[in-house]
Design a protein. Structure first.
Ligand SMILES: [Zn+2]
Length: 399
């Protein structure tokens, strides 16, 4: 099955290129408005004769070009696309009126104002993109246009075909290109091997540990706050509930908790960004089980570590940057299995932070071993061509 995906990048046109892009944007807007104007005039003229109105043949881009010479200087495909945009604006309007289109009512096509917040045009002929050199080739622009993409571009794009490019200018004057690619939904064997995969095991003390052994840790301030909180909470339990001292202590605790939450959030933002930037596929464990098993011992604090928030950040950043977050099966023994020989240590306890495999005698850090197993799980899923659909489909829907 073929699917389409868009890669949005920021482009950095030179001043000449910028002039050309602005001119194309302006011409696309002009031709759209001219065509709309003609349609309105003809409607007023022929509204009592629907048959004639329906049969009326409007001018094409070519005829407008004869009238307005400067239209010849810009991208022809983009002008053509403007007409298509107008035609679909009409179609949506009529379908909305006749009830053929579900959802919110679509209004009559409007003129495009010059000072619009956001302006764009689409082009599709003689375009190219070099994902390694980060350049794109646009019609009628001799030199390549540079783009910058801070993220590792998924290998899927390298095996897909570039269909069209939408150039847009934001209200603040930044330029972007949205590259639409079409390719096989299933990764081919060798593009899979190029996907960068990482496994992450959530950790209480270290935020998470990844399959390379890296873990961020919350830092000294956070640990101090934790210690202080434990102490204050013990004091609080000895005070009379509702008393003045109890109330004062309660506020102190709440402030510290907010401070801790802030530190945690900052770190999670930073770390989820790092993971999405460096990897294509991030494999995590199913937290419902982990939360439960640890919850028995740790009580409420498990709820406070914000693993759910962290996973949420990973997921929305993955959607945004077309990466994949893969959640391992609930029953996959990521902690109990030796990543070297596959031995499953059934009697591994929660308090065992380090353990030695009885089979191959490898010494394990509990979290790192789990993260490595999660990575292996992800690799296997990719190789088995099991669909990565939950996030991929989401990415598709977000186009
Ligand atoms: Zn082993």
């Amino acid at each position: 099955m073929f699917i389409q995906r868009a890669l949005k990048v920021r482009i950095y046109p030179t001043s000449n290129q910028r002039t050309f892009l602005n001119k194309t944007l302006g011409c696309c807007r002009l031709i759209y408005n001219l065509m709309l104007d003609d349609r309105i005039i003809m409607y007023n003229f022929l509204k009592d004769d629907p048959e004639l109105l329906h049969a009326f043949r409007y001018k094409t881009e070519k005829e407008y070009k004869a009238e307005y010479d400067f239209l010849k200087e810009v991208d022809a495909f983009a002008l053509q696309q403007s007409r298509r945009n107008l035609e679909s604006a009409y179609k949506n309007f009529f379908d909305s009126v006749t009830g053929n289109r579900k959802g919110e009512k679509v209004g009559y096509p409007r003129f495009k104002a010059k000072k619009e917040h956001h302006d764009s045009y689409r082009t599709g002929m003689s375009i190219k993109a070099d994902l390694d050199k980060q350049t794109i080739k646009l019609p009628k622009i001799h030199d390549l246009v540079k783009f910058k993409h801070r993220f590792n571009i998924k290998s899927w794009y390298r095996y897909a075909a570039l269909k069209n490019i939408t150039i847009s200018r934001s209200a603040s004057g930044k330029y972007y290109a949205s590259l639409l690619y079409e390719g096989e939904q299933d990764y081919t064997g060798y593009s899979q091997s190029q996907e960068k995969i990482v496994g992450c095991d959530m950790s209480l003390a270290r935020c998470y540990v990844d399959s390379t052994g890296y873990s961020p840790g919350y830092g000294r301030e956070y640990r101090k706050i934790e210690q202080k909180l434990a102490l204050l909470q013990r004091w609080l339990s000895r005070k009379t509930k509702g008393s003045r001292n109890w109330e004062k202590l309660r506020v102190r605790i709440a402030r510290l908790q907010e401070r801790a939450a802030h530190i945690r959030r900052e770190l999670q933002e930073q770390e989820s960004f790092r993971l999405i930037k460096e990897y294509d596929v991030i494999v995590i464990e199913d937290l419902s089980i982990k939360g439960m098993s640890r919850g028995l011992r740790l009580g409420k604090s498990v709820m406070d570590v914000g693993w759910g928030t962290f996973v949420g950040m990973l997921k929305y950043k993955a959607l945004w940057h077309d990466k994949t977050v893969l959640v391992a099966d609930k029953w996959y023994p990521s902690s109990k299995m030796c990543h070297v020989c596959g031995w499953i240590k059934e009697d591994l306890m929660l308090r065992d932070r380090e353990w030695v495999c009885p089979e191959c005698e490898t010494e394990h850090d509990r979290d790192e071993n789990a993260a490595r197993n999660l990575r292996a799980y992800g690799k296997r899923v990719l190789l088995q061509r099991q669909e990565l659909t939950p996030m991929d489909m989401g990415a598709l829907a977000a186009l």
